[in-house]
Design a protein around this ligand. Structure first.
Ligand SMILES: Nc1ncnc2c1ncn2[C@@H]1O[C@H](COP(=O)(O)OP(=O)(O)OP(=O)(O)O)[C@@H](O)[C@H]1O
Ligand SMILES: [Mg+2]
Length: 250
């Protein structure tokens, strides 16, 4: 039995449209161990979302496969929760109902109440249990989406630029909250981001992708202790190195 929770084995994906074909992913191969925090960085169009959607089971690879906990992924599953760039809450449901939506029928009312309470506590929104999405700010709605992802008690969290639409201050706070949640729950996290600092602050390994065709160009270990200091010389050196690597077209 592999100690890897996610194994991506030689995944290829090409999209065909009226205007031509795009090789979104070519021969992507890596493993992710349980409780690991990985970030995927790379320029727009290099296949980050496509890769995440394939791991989520929302998209099929043309060839290759993704194995999750020893089984080939055939579609979406509750053990792999996805948070998209925008919160995607149901506007007609309260915060509590949004979080518990997928749980009714699977858990008792008492269990659901407990899960909602715990996950809202994780993201610091206990007071907003009865609020509706229109009563929340963008950052709060995104935190509800993250709470909902945790409510399913997934083994892995797949996050596609979850903070990119937020203001800098909220983004920094949510990065801290996510780090806290990860350290408390020891879930496996794969985060797609455009933000080099975000990747260094949060993750143990950083995958740098390059476009046309989408490939993983480099995998970096981040050997810095948590919590990370954005001003430390090691941090700044790593940030510059990654910045240069993303710009170089090889
Ligand atoms: N459903 C689709 N049909 C056709 N082409 C697609 C589809 N989804 C993605 N692509 C193409 O595949 C390539 C990779 O797209 P993808 O969304 O994975 O990039 P990305 O790295 O997430 O970019 P961004 O940082 O802008 O979100 C792009 O060239 C895009 O045009
Ligand atoms: Mg994307």
């Amino acid at each position: 039995m592999s100690r890897m929770i996610v194994e991506v084995n030689h995944v290829d994906k090409t999209f065909h449209s009226d205007w031509g074909r795009v090789e979104a992913l070519r021969d992507i191969a890596f493993g992710c161990s349980k409780s690991e925090f990985i970030s995927i960085l790379g320029p727009s169009g290099c296949g980050k979302t496509t890769l995440l959607r394939i791991i989520a089971g929302l998209e099929d690879p043309d060839s290759g496969e993704v194995i999750f906990q020893g089984k080939v992924i055939r579609g979406p599953g509750l053990e792999r929760a996805v948070v998209f760039q925008e919160p995607r809450l149901f506007p007609w449901l309260s915060v509590k109902e949004n979080i518990s939506f997928g749980l009714s029928g699977k858990k008792s009312k008492n269990e659901i109440d407990k899960i909602v309470e715990e996950t809202l506590d994780l993201v610091g929104l206990t007071a907003f249990l009865k609020a509706y999405p229109y009563e929340l700010s963008g950052g709060m709605a995104q935190r509800v989406a993250i709470a909902r992802a945790f409510a399913f008690e997934p083994e892995a969290l797949l996050l596609d630029e979850p903070f990119s639409a937020l203001d800098a201050q909220t983004r920094l706070r949510l990065q801290e909250e996510l780090l806290d949640i990860w350290r408390k729950t020891e879930k496996t996290i794969i985060l797609v981001t455009h933000d080099i600092e975000e990747a260094i602050i949060l993750s143990q390994r950083i995958f740098i992708m390059s476009p046309s065709p989408g490939t993983v160009k480099e995998i970096l270990d981040v050997p810095l202790p948590y919590p990370r200091d954005r001003e430390s010389p090691e941090f700044i050196r790593l940030r510059k190195y990654i910045f240069d690597r993303i710009l170089i077209k090889t």
